[in-house]
Structure formats: C-alpha cells, structure tokens
Design a protein around this ligand. Structure first.
Ligand SMILES: NC(=O)c1ccc[n+]([C@@H]2O[C@H](COP(=O)([O-])OP(=O)(O)OC[C@H]3O[C@@H](n4cnc5c(N)ncnc54)[C@H](OP(=O)(O)O)[C@@H]3O)[C@@H](O)[C@H]2O)c1
Length: 252
C-alpha cells in the first residue's frame, strides 16, 4: 500500500482519467475526496465501488471555477479527515473552435475551469501542506500545451499556462518538502475524446508510435508514482504520457 494513511483530493474524479486516479489511490490505501461538478450519480458510483472494496472515499460537488465553493470544499475535507497530503488538479474541459469563430465565452469557460480551477485548489490547499512541511501537487496538463491541434487556442493556452504555473509553484514550495509536478497525457480513451475518436479513431492510432490510444489507467499509474514517496526528489516537471505521440516521427 503506497498511499496508506494519506488523504487525497482529486478534482474531476467522477469520470475518465480522474476516476482512474481516484480508484488507484484508494486501492493503495488513500482516503480520497472525489470532486465533481454535475454528474452526481457517476461520482456516487465511484465512491460506492471503492467502499465495497474496503476503501474510503467521499464525493464533493464543487465547480472548480468558483473560488468560494473551492474554499468551502477544502475546509470540509479538513473537517472530515483532518489533513490533505495529495492534490490532483484533473478537472478540465474542452470547447474547441477555430479562432475566428471562437466566442469569448468559450475562451473564458476553458480558462476558468482548467487554469483558474487549478489555481483555486492550489491556493486553498497549499497553506495546510506548507504548515505540515509535506505535500504532493499533481496538475493534469496535456500534450496540446506544446503541440496544439487546430481549433484549440483556448485549451492549448490553458494547458501551457498550467505547465508554467507548475514550474513556478514548484520553486516556491520545494524548501517545504512539497513537490509540484504535471502530467501531459496524449490521446486517452475518455468521454472528452469520444467525438474526435468517432471521426478519426484509426488516423489517431496511426499517428501514435505505440499504435494504441492511452487508457485512463496509463495516466493514473504515473499520478500514483508522483503522489508516492518514490518521487520525493522530483519537482517542477511535466511528464508526458502519450505512447510517443508528441515525438513527431512520421508513422508508416
Ligand atoms: N482524454 C484525453 O485524451 C486527455 C488528454 C490530455 C489531457 N487531458 C486532461 O485530463 C483531464 C481529465 O480529462 P478526461 O478526459 O478524463 O475528461 P472527462 O472524461 O470529460 O471528465 C472530466 C471530469 O472533470 C469534471 N469537471 C469538468 N468541469 C468541472 C468543473 N468546472 N468543476 C469540477 N469538475 C469539473 C467532470 O465532472 P462531472 O462528471 O460532474 O461533469 C469530470 O469528472 C482534463 O484536465 C483534460 O484536459 C485529457
């Protein structure tokens, strides 16, 4: 059990990559706060599954873009469990569109969720880690931060900013034994990529040197490493998990 006795918050824990992280952390002994925005049934299902397997988890309904709600949630987790050891900022959205057709609302929504949501949870949680002189922050970025697709100016900007934020925060917190790292997934099989997979599934697979899309568990295993004692001397890094997609080689 690599996370025995640890308390973790995972935003966007009701589905996709976040759900895989929640389930792996709980299987490794952590008590996990599962933050979701709207799909209560999905979040409760994750929590019940963990409890049936003898683990501990609790669902918290919070919109990560709402600072007051985030502060309340963190206070509630501290009341419920007394400490926070691990924070995974995973909640994220896409709202793609070519730049000249992009309404400001699509820009604001993606920034509010992906970037401001990450800031909100860090701002609310890091203080308690700072006092205890220990902590792990893991931000879920994307390969799109470095190699954007058409129609993703908002998403790429939000993820590029998360990478920069990760490095800057890591510098500030390192002396307190708090590590801050990011994971940049490639194409992972989740609801988020369903539409593009429906249209271009085979093409995507061909562009990936490992010839398969990623699974949420591929990302969760790296999150576990970054949350565990094994990664204690790694901070400010962005770890790519994409089967080689971003290497840019031409696939035959
Ligand atoms: N899938 C990929 O290929 C891929 C690639 C690179 C990076 N990523 C990143 O990985 C992360 C997870 O993606 P995913 O594919 O697992 O997405 P997903 O299947 O669409 O799940 C998104 C999760 O985020 C939650 N969420 C969305 N907006 C929220 C908000 N404002 N407040 C609180 N929770 C919110 C959702 O909650 P509800 O269930 O309540 O809606 C859900 O749990 C995102 O940051 C994404 O950008 C994904």
């Amino acid at each position: 059990m690599r996370l025995q006795g640890k308390i973790a918050i995972v935003t966007g824990g009701s589905r996709g990559i976040g759900r895989a992280i929640v389930e792996l952390f709980a299987a490794e002994g952590a008590r996990v706060a599962v933050v979701y925005r709207g799909q209560r049934d999905a979040a409760e299902q994750v929590v019940q599954g963990i409890q049936q397997r003898g683990g501990q988890a609790k669902a918290y309904q919070v919109d990560v873009s709402d600072w007051a709600a985030v502060k309340n949630c963190v206070e509630q987790v501290l009341t419920d469990w007394g400490q926070i050891d691990i924070l995974v900022n995973n909640a994220g959205v896409i709202q793609d569109g070519l730049f000249l057709q992009m309404e400001p609302e699509a820009w604001y929504r993606v920034m509010q969720t992906n970037l401001n949501g990450t800031f909100h949870f860090c701002r609310a949680v890091v203080e308690t880690m700072f006092r205890r002189r220990q902590g792990r922050v893991i931000n879920i970025s994307s390969v799109a931060a470095e190699r954007a697709n058409r129609g993703q100016t908002n998403y790429a900007a939000s993820k590029g900013a998360i990478n920069a934020f990760t490095r800057a925060l890591a510098v500030e917190l390192a002396s307190r034994n708090i590590t801050v790292n990011a994971i940049a997934p490639g194409f992972i099989e989740t609801d988020m990529t369903q539409a593009v997979r429906n249209v271009a599934g085979e093409q995507i697979q061909k562009a990936i040197p490992m010839r398969r899309l990623g699974k949420p568990e591929d990302v969760a295993k790296v999150a576990l490493f970054l949350a565990s004692d094994d990664s204690g001397y790694i901070t400010g890094q962005v770890i790519t998990v994409d089967g080689g997609l971003s290497l840019g080689g031409i696939s035959a």
